[in-house]
Design a protein around this ligand. Sequence first.
Ligand SMILES: [Zn+2]
Ligand SMILES: [Zn+2]
Length: 111
Amino acid sequence: MRDRRYNVHKRPGSGKIDDNKSFEDLLSETRKRDSSDNSYRERSLKIHGLICAKCGREFTYKNRHLLTVHHKDGNHRNNPSDGSNWENLCVYCHEDEHSRGLFADYLSDEK
Ligand SMILES: [Zn+2]
Ligand SMILES: [Zn+2]
């Protein structure tokens, strides 16, 4: 029986993990991966429509990037497919919904 889990010859750090990667590399990779996860945004826009839930401002396909998806419970990973945790807010209302400092974080996280 070959059990490779106990291979003592393999030193930590010599595996596939690239230690040379900077935090920014990881960040950009995460963002690339996020673009597929961001389908919840499209779904939310589809479910709730291209309209801000707060001020009622309407958006078109062209300027819909100004419409952002707000997570009601603040948890970006909580994305029920029925859209119950989403609220479409224009960037202005979204900024209002969060404190200003946090909003910058939120946007950079979403992109
Ligand atoms: Zn608004
Ligand atoms: Zn939000």
